[in-house]
Design a protein around this ligand. Structure first.
Ligand code: FES
Length: 280
């Protein structure tokens, strides 16, 4: 759906990383973890296209009309620079919810891998998987008992505040930075490889991942080697966001070779086993 909405508030979570809250009850009521929204300033033609952002959280208002959703973004270009100056009351156009969202987690131990701004969907995924917060009209009914969250950034100042996720019971957060300023000095896939080598309850049953392409390729290969189901949230550039322009296609395997799928409607979440890995 397309709705006119208002920015409610904004807060900073890390260097050049902001969380924007938008009052839009129609969207907040139905959106699920892993789905996304397109957003642009109301009126005018610059930018003419909306920008896609993954759901971060849903915030119930004092009345149902004040229900809001939140998304997190890095300041990287003209639109996000403009957004970083919003303080509340700005009018925006929102399309959403868009995309398929993550599947209901299976198994007892879910492992999430987030790289850079790709960490965004996981606070909601974790709360939904553990039954701590319902999202949408059909909240997940899961058997998940514990979640490991491997989260990496270039440096400590770019690791976002996880806003309480790290202190949740049955959640283990493992950090990595490229420069070693916090957590493991190295790649997030080092943490994943160690987890996949565990046995019993310590071995994850399933992996959800979002982040840079090369990181997702490495995560998918590790999961394949260890025969663990892996779901990737692709961050393919998008123009329309609702299936009309085919600017967001990715290659998937089919019984007679391969075919294209639109990331905005058939994704952004794909089983890693379904994707042509070189195209991830
Ligand atoms: Fe237009 Fe996906 S962004 S079809």
């Amino acid at each position: 759906m397309q709705v006119q909405a208002k920015v409610a508030s904004q807060r900073q979570l890390a260097e050049d990383t902001f969380c924007l809250r938008v009052t839009a009850p129609e969207v907040a009521r139905i959106i699920q973890p892993g789905q996304f929204l397109m957003i642009r300033p109301e009126g005018g033609f610059d930018p003419i296209l909306g920008r896609p952002f993954a759901l971060y959280d849903v915030i119930p208002g004092e009345t149902p009309e004040q229900d809001a959703f939140e998304f997190v973004y890095h300041v990287v270009g003209k639109m996000t620079h403009l957004m970083s100056e919003w303080t509340g009351g700005e009018e925006v156009e929102v399309w959403g919810p868009l995309g398929n969202g993550f599947p209901t987690p299976s198994g007892k131990h879910l492992l999430c891998v987030g790289g850079g701004i790709g960490y965004t969907p996981f606070p909601a995924v974790i709360r939904a998987a553990l039954g701590l917060k319902p999202f949408g009209e059909s909240p997940w009914k899961t058997t998940t008992e514990r979640v490991t969250f491997c989260y990496a950034a270039q440096t400590a100042s770019k690791l976002a505040d996880l806003e309480g996720v790290e202190s949740l019971e049955n959640v283990s957060v493992q950090l990595a930075t490229d420069d070693g300023s916090r957590g493991h000095h190295g790649l997030v896939t080092d943490l994943l490889a160690k987890a996949l080598e565990q046995s019993g309850d310590d071995r994850p049953d399933e992996v959800f991942c979002c982040g840079p392409e090369r990181m997702m390729q490495a995560v998918a290969r590790l999961c394949e080697q260890h025969q663990v189901n892996c779901w990737l949230s692709l961050e393919t550039p998008m123009a329309c966001g609702f299936g009309a322009c085919f600017s967001c296609v990715t290659k998937v395997k089919t019984c007679d070779g391969w075919d294209y799928r639109r990331t905005c409607v058939e994704g952004p979440i794909f089983s890693a086993a379904e994707l042509e890995l070189s195209e991830v």
